[in-house]
Design a protein around this ligand. Structure first.
Ligand SMILES: [Mg+2]
Length: 417
């Protein structure tokens, strides 16, 4: 797995000219053979790093992380390939996480490189001017405003206005009759950032909001009608026995998170004026059920997109499956993120599993979601169909430094510092 080929050092040959093209070498011409000579290698791939179990364990950096990032950053602290960090954490701002990572890795990380579970919400622009109720931990109001929501209400603001609704904890019940503290606007969207600290309060008030169609001053709605739009971070529990429908599910392994990561990687390449389109993504993580599953799920989406554009592949697929109704060639799914982010340039997303985190090589891969939820922890959502084929990693490596070696070798990429 190790040992990179110095194939474009020295004089050029026909074969290494081809290899140079693949590796994205651009620059001045070689005096001997007339081809482009050594210049900065440009990447046609991007990297997605999970954080916990890959780069840090708790607050302690994993030693291989520093080693890995020495290969990814030049002497000016500039990344030589597009890199994003994808975490399911949702209780802080991207800038806060970027600052933590800069400190841990010893390289400057910007907030544009960080994807928290809630980050894709900045694409839900149609809700940015609506009144949004947010639930979770940490600076939820600040996070929501940072994502573009202009009219945000917190659970605490609801509690203050309707203290009698928060009845479970007797000590928090008002001792004296109270008037409305403020006149809150009608809630139009509910966003669940993650687990709240006081479950009972959040559950009660969210259920009340859903049942009153966003207006706690009004009576409970008894007739059936569609409830308010709900956006949830994956990995949280259900809030009611009612049939809840989600407008967006975020965090790994949801496709939305990977689509947003691909978009940020594309932006980085444009910013660096790298000419090659980013066609390959590599997702490095320690959790089969989130990192590997999510990367493979996104890879499946990318492959299906490629197949739809390729008539031969569509015909081959139809022949292989015996189907007479192959996927239409020009079909583009009408996903909310596709309209916001433009279409991906990536055609594959490969998963790489590291052994520095939660992965246990001796544990068996579950065969169905129910088993999975009971026996291990499937971080998928109730509305997320589990597919055992997607927990198979593309590579298993010791640590993140080895993961970077494997990727550079696959891409025949030798960074020029
Ligand atoms: Mg992890």
């Amino acid at each position: 797995m190790r040992g990179l080929l110095p194939f474009y050092r020295g004089l050029c040959t026909l074969s290494n000219r081809q290899a140079r093209r693949k590796a994205g070498i651009v620059g001045s011409r070689c005096g001997f053979c007339g081809t482009q000579s050594n210049s900065k290698a440009q990447p046609s791939f991007g990297l997605l790093f999970d954080i916990d179990g890959v780069l840090v364990r708790g607050k302690m950096p994993i030693p291989a992380a520093k080693k890995a990032f020495e290969k990814l950053v030049d002497s000016q602290g500039q990344f030589v390939v597009p890199v994003v960090f994808v975490t399911n954490a949702g209780n802080c701002l991207r800038q806060t996480k970027a600052d933590q990572l800069s400190h841990i890795l010893g390289v400057p990380i910007t907030q544009e490189q960080v994807i928290m579970s809630h980050s894709p919400l900045r694409m839900l622009k149609k809700y940015h001017d609506k009144c949004v109720l947010v639930s979770g931990q940490g600076p939820v109001l600040e996070i929501a405003k940072n994502l573009g929501f202009q009219n945000v209400v917190s659970i605490d603001m609801l509690r203050e206005s309707f203290p009698l609704l928060d009845m479970v904890d007797h000590n928090r019940r008002p001792k004296l009759p109270s008037n409305l503290v403020r006149n809150l606007p009608k809630v139009e969207v509910v966003i669940l950032f993650g687990e709240p600290i006081r479950w009972e309060t959040n559950l009660q008030l969210i259920i009340d909001i859903l049942l009153t169609n966003g207006n706690l001053s009004s009576a409970h709605q008894t007739q059936k009608m569609p409830h308010l739009p709900l956006a949830e971070r994956l990995n949280t529990d259900k809030i009611t026995g009612e049939d809840l429908k989600y407008e967006a599910l975020m965090g790994k392994p949801s496709e939305l998170t990977y689509h947003f990561a691909e978009y940020l990687i594309r932006c980085q390449a444009v910013q660096k004026q790298w000419k090659l389109p980013v066609t390959s993504l590599y997702a490095i993580g320690d959790n089969l059920m989130t990192d590997i599953y999510g990367a493979n799920l996104y890879n499946r989406y990318l492959e299906e997109r490629v197949a739809r554009k390729n008539p031969k592949a569509v015909a081959k697929m139809a022949a292989a499956t015996g189907s007479t109704t192959a996927v239409p060639q020009d079909e583009e799914t009408d996903n909310l993120w596709e309209s916001e982010l433009a279409l991906p340039s990536a055609t594959s997303c490969k998963s790489i599993l590291v052994c520095t985190g939660v992965y246990n090589p001796n544990a068996e891969v579950p065969t169905d979601a129910n088993h999975c939820i009971k026996e291990t922890v499937f971080h998928g959502h109730r509305d997320f169909r589990f597919d055992p084929a997607l927990v198979e990693p593309g590579h298993i490596v010791k640590d993140v430094a080895e993961a970077v070696d494997v990727i550079f070798e696959q891409e025949k990429f030798v960074p020029q510092f």
